[in-house]
Ligand binder design. Structure first.
Ligand code: ADP
Length: 459
């Protein structure tokens, strides 16, 4: 069942329930009213006869009977039985034999409360009545023909109305739900148009401040994010393949040129050195790409452990010196904690090493003397590491773009690099709830500061 039919069905159910409740109570109160009025009429009839009986000579009671029976009345099949307080029958309206039921019921009549019972299809009421010092027990029975016929009519009308209201409310529900769901149908049709190659399509946002308008706005925001994500992914892939192709093309070119004729040993050594540089570059790109894939994973998937930051720093310095022998790294502990636990962070060792390696390598690479100074500060709140160099710096207008994947400042010229290191650093630091701050002045130097929050509970 579609939402439209479902809504119409529920609407119909509510209307039908209300209508049945209304019809039921109307019928119930009409019947109660009929019974009340009929009882009153029967009591009046009994009381009138009893009063007349007191006024006339008892010998004339058969005359009274004749007058009463011949008098036209709206009541049918009437029976009036008047007894004295000792249950002795004084008057019988039709003079028919008195039924055993009446004889039994009359015993139940008390001064204070009336009794009600049925005699066949007739209703009967018994009551105590006193007039001019005389008391009687009276039973009146009759058939309320008109009242019951009216009630049957009412029942038919109410049943028909219920049926009609169910049919009408179902179709009205279909109509209204169709009208209410129209904007959603439009959204469904619009969304159907959107696919990977048409991510620029947006849903119409109406001016109304209703839920449908909010749905369109939220959906459009999600499309914005998706489009940006797809765009970033697209440019990332094209940049990555470009970066991978460059050293491969260079290797290919060098080998082809060298193979054109026989070369001297010195020339072969030169070729091998150039190939080694290209391989190093390829190796670095693939390592960075692998790290980026790792960073893209959820922090919970990464293997985290307690890491002593100073120890990682020493290990990375060793590795860098082997890879980049001309690099000079000086470590300066500005403030060292008394409690060594403050040097420990919870993180992924491979990624933290990657941060330190990239920052030290950059400082060496982009400084004239290949020197980097690392300042190490620990206070109550965080661990700070500043990687400082006196190098080419970064042009002020470009600092905001540094850290975007594959972005390289214009002043690096033909220095080797791929523009992935800093973007990776930023992501890794985010993942470890830390941050990165770059301050730089062109031709003066650069300081890249990374901050790790101190973590409370280490075992
Ligand atoms: P790569 O160094 O491989 O180009 P990075 O992502 O590490 O890539 O750095 C991005 C860019 O930021 C570099 O190309 C360079 O322009 C600039 N940069 C980073 N560190 C320094 C530094 N210490 N001194 C000057 N420029 C830097």
């Amino acid at each position: 069942m579609g939402i439209r039919q479902d809504l119409a069905f529920k609407f119909c159910l509510i209307v039908a329930t209300l209508f049945i409740l209304f019809a039921g109570s109307l019928y119930y109160y009409s019947d109660s009213y009929r019974v009340m009025m009929f009882d009153l009429r029967m009591k009046n009839k009994g009381a009138n006869i009893a009063t007349t009986l007191v006024d006339i000579n008892p010998a004339d009671s058969s005359l009274l009977r004749t007058i009463n029976v011949k008098t036209k009345s709206a009541m049918f099949d009437v029976g009036v039985y008047i007894f004295d307080t000792n249950n002795k029958l004084l008057y019988n309206y039709t003079n028919d034999t008195i039924s055993s039921k009446i004889k039994k019921e009359v015993l139940k009549i008390e001064k204070k409360s009336d009794i009600k019972f049925n005699v066949g299809k007739n209703e009967a009421i018994g009551f105590y009545y006193s007039v001019r010092g005389k008391s009687f027990k009276i039973i009146v029975s009759a058939y309320d023909k008109y009242g019951k016929e009216n009630l049957i009519h009412l029942k038919m009308i109410l049943l028909l109305s219920i049926l009609l209201s169910i049919v009408v409310s179902y179709f009205a529900g279909l109509l209204f739900s169709g009208y209410a769901l129209q904007p959603i149908m439009k959204i469904i049709n619009d969304v159907d148009e959107i696919n990977v190659s048409k991510l620029n399509i947006r849903l119409h946002e109406s001016n109304q401040n209703d839920e449908i308008a909010k749905l369109s706005v939220t959906f459009n925001k999600m499309l914005d994010r998706l489009e940006r994500g797809f765009e970033m992914q697209r440019s990332f892939i094209s940049n990555a393949s470009h970066e991978l192709r460059t050293p491969l093309t260079s290797m290919n070119g060098h080998i082809e040129v060298t193979l054109k004729k026989e070369r001297s040993t010195r020339e072969y050594i030169e070729l091998l050195n150039s190939l080694l540089d290209d391989i190093k570059s390829l190796n670095k790109i693939s390592n960075n790409l692998l790290d980026l894939a790792l960073v893209a994973a959820d922090i919970n998937v990464l293997q985290l452990k307690n890491i002593r930051v100073d120890e990682v720093l020493f290990a990375v310095r060793e590795r860098l010196m082997k890879y980049f022998p001309s690099c000079k790294v000086s470590l300066n502990f500005v403030s060292f904690p008394t409690d060594e636990k403050s040097l420990i962070i919870l993180g992924n060792e491979q990624l933290i090493e990657s941060v330190f390696f990239n920052l030290m390598e950059n400082a060496c690479k982009y400084s004239v003397n290949n020197a980097v100074e690392v300042l190490f500060t620990v206070n109550d709140e965080r661990i700070e590491l500043s990687f400082k160099d006196n190098g080419i710096g970064i042009p002020a207008s470009e600092i905001s773009k540094i850290g975007e994947p594959f972005y390289r400042a214009t002043n690096v010229k033909d220095m080797t690099g791929n523009g992935l290191g800093l973007s990776l650093t930023k992501k890794i630091m985010e993942l470890h709830h830390g941050s990165v701050k770059i301050t730089s002045e062109e031709n003066v130097g650069t300081t890249v500061k990374v901050l790790f929050p101190i973590q409370g509970n280490f075992n």
